[in-house]
Design a protein around this ligand. Structure first.
Ligand SMILES: [Zn+2]
Length: 171
């Protein structure tokens, strides 16, 4: 005998399953994503930042805080910047201290407010300096601060297959 339910439609799973796969891929692609929230309260054993009320803060660690390495310290450990700022051109060579003063001033102010916003490395390049950051928006904001202080030309771009933001300032 035929089963009475055999004519039931097979659920259309294809589209839905594809969406979930994409979300998983996106999540795995960025293990530093803020959605990967640690248990609360948590303290980073490297920098001391405390995860409290859904965000990382520079506060005293509550008793019994979990030890969880923060996303910024993980990026430093993995040498995986979220943003790059290249400062290039003759003006950079001639006014390096003034330019770097603006860079550090901006970055320190942001770090004080947002513990995950940090400069990772500063490396000399053939035509200037390369600065790497733990957050893309800090690379952008620092580039904008330099642009605001010294004019010149500011550009943003992405490289294929890499979620990190590339910012170039030239003068
Ligand atoms: Zn940390």
């Amino acid at each position: 005998m035929t089963h009475p339910n055999k004519s039931h439609d097979i659920p259309h799973q294809g589209h839905h399953a594809g969406r979930i796969d994409k979300l998983i891929q996106e999540f795995e692609h960025d293990p530093y994503h803020p959605a990967a929230k640690p248990p609360e309260p948590a303290q980073c054993p490297v920098c001391g930042a405390v995860f409290h009320e859904g965000r990382w803060q520079w506060i005293e660690a509550p008793q019994g805080a979990h030890r969880v390495k923060c996303p910024a310290c993980r990026r430093v450990r993995d040498h995986l910047p979220a943003g790059y700022l290249t400062l290039a051109g003759p003006f950079v060579a001639q006014h390096r201290d003034e330019v770097m003063h603006v860079v550090h001033h901006h970055a320190q102010r942001e770090r004080a407010e947002h513990p995950m916003d940090r400069i990772m490395t500063i490396e000399p390049q053939k035509d200037g300096l390369l600065i790497t950051f733990t957050e893309a928006h800090l690379a952008r904001g620092t580039g904008e601060a330099v642009h605001h202080a010294f004019q010149g030309k500011l550009e943003f771009h992405y490289v294929e297959e890499d979620p990190a933001l590339r910012v170039t300032w030239r003068r």
